[in-house]
Write a protein that binds this ligand. Structure first.
Ligand code: SAM
Length: 390
């Protein structure tokens, strides 16, 4: 059988938008190129299958959360069966070529990361994302808080920084779908720290920021939420300052406030709560390295917001009750807030551990303790007009 002709690079492109929701798309490769393509595909609702013997931590996190299927081996003929579209970004020209040829034969449009111009499909940047004038202010680091996940919740300044970046160093949380909109020449580095899993050491991240900025590049360090809320942003800022690398901080919308907020739980409410405290739950209360005064927090009347506290939830709930919080205090758990996978649950402090395990709650999740949680339920109750009409 003759090898099908790949598209002529010189022919003009026909601009078209693909409706991929619910459609199978295959991504060959597991590096940051594959990750960039994948986040854009997921944002379009595609059913993504990644084929690669190894993947970067950010892709691993998506596979673990069930957002995509991961076939842990090299690409093989037949992998494109049933696919509407394919992306190949394996960093191995022979494999990329094989995927492109198979796709051509099967009449599946295919984007090759190594040679976009020779691809049958060429991802386009939305018009409003194409930077018309690009000044190159390089040689510095911008620490950008990306917000909790919805790409609309990054600041305008954060978007500007991304549109000018040479390198973007990312975490697995935050507005990852924005990566799909970066110019193709922008390098993405995966610096994810998976909960109790793979993690790029902080010293390595610091050194990377410094070395790339010193090489004259504009480095955007894109973080979930706000860089200074359990984000190790200050460590990165200090490392840059020590190396005389200029740093700009672009604050972000923190998940501690925004994630409960979108689920209808305000962290304060007039006449009900005059305080809220945000606590890291990454260590259980009896851990020797814990810096949290759980007895003080247990005595609070106000709102307690816990981040990184899925695994430790039963131990923390028990400590709060032991130190004075009522066992029937309402609790809201919000998982993957502001994203397509958002889920919220209501329970009480004494039932928190059981609810978390029965509902198979996995990170990222924020849980909120306090009377403010009841307001969400009150807001959801039908008004008398709804009740009559409904
Ligand atoms: C390392 S902390 C970083 C917090 C981040 N700097 C911020 O301001 O939101 C990660 C934790 O934030 C919370 N988190 C971040 N994004 C979230 C989201 N979209 N939904 C639920 N929780 C989220 C989870 O508790 C997660 O374990």
């Amino acid at each position: 059988m003759s090898i099908p002709q790949l598209p002529r690079p010189s022919a003009p492109l026909h601009p078209v938008g693909l409706r991929l929701e619910g459609r199978r798309v295959v991504v060959a490769g597991g590096g940051t190129g594959a990750y960039r393509a994948t986040v854009g595909l997921l944002a379009s609702g595609a059913l993504v299958t990644v084929v690669s013997p190894a993947v970067v931590p950010a892709l691993e996190a998506l596979a673990a959360s069930g957002s995509l299927s991961w076939i842990r081996r090299c690409y093989a003929p037949g992998d494109l069966d049933g696919a509407w579209y394919a992306v190949t970004a394996t960093a191995d020209q022979t494999v990329d070529e094989a995927v492109a040829v198979d796709a051509e034969r099967a009449r599946v449009f295919c984007t090759r990361a190594d040679t976009p111009d020779a691809s049958s499909a060429h991802p386009a940047l939305p018009d409003d994302e194409v930077p018309l004038f690009r000044d190159r202010p390089g040689g510095r680091v911008v620490l950008v808080g990306g917000g909790p996940g919805d790409p609309g919740l990054i600041t305008v300044r954060g978007r500007e920084a991304l549109s000018q970046a040479d390198v973007v160093v990312v975490d697995h949380l935050g507005p990852r779908s924005l990566l799909a909109r970066l110019r193709p020449d922008v390098e993405v580095v995966d610096a994810s720290k998976l909960p109790r899993g793979r993690a790029m050491p902080q010293e390595e991240i610091n050194a990377l920021l410094v070395s790339r900025a010193r090489a004259g590049e504009l480095v955007v360090r894109l973080k979930g939420g706000d860089p200074f809320v359990f984000g190790r942003g200050m460590e990165e800022l200090l490392a840059c300052a020590a190396a005389d690398v200029p740093v700009e901080v672009v604050p972000g919308v923190t998940s501690a406030v925004a994630v409960p907020g979108v689920a209808g739980v305000p962290v304060t409410h007039r006449g009900l709560t005059h305080e809220f405290v945000v606590v890291s739950g990454h260590l259980p209360p009896d851990h020797p390295q814990s810096l949290v005064d759980w007895s003080a927090i247990g005595r609070l009347r106000g709102t307690v917001v816990v981040l990184m506290g899925v695994e430790t939830a039963p131990a923390i709930a028990a400590a709060l009750i032991r130190h004075g919080r009522r066992p029937d205090t309402p609790v809201a758990v919000v998982v993957e807030g502001t994203t397509g996978g958002e889920r919220s649950l209501r329970t009480t402090l004494e039932d928190l551990g059981t609810t978390m395990s029965e509902e198979s709650v996995r990170p990222p999740a924020v849980w909120v303790v306090g009377d403010v949680v009841q307001l969400a339920a009150a807001a959801a109750e039908p008004t008398s007009v709804d009740a009559v009409s409904g």
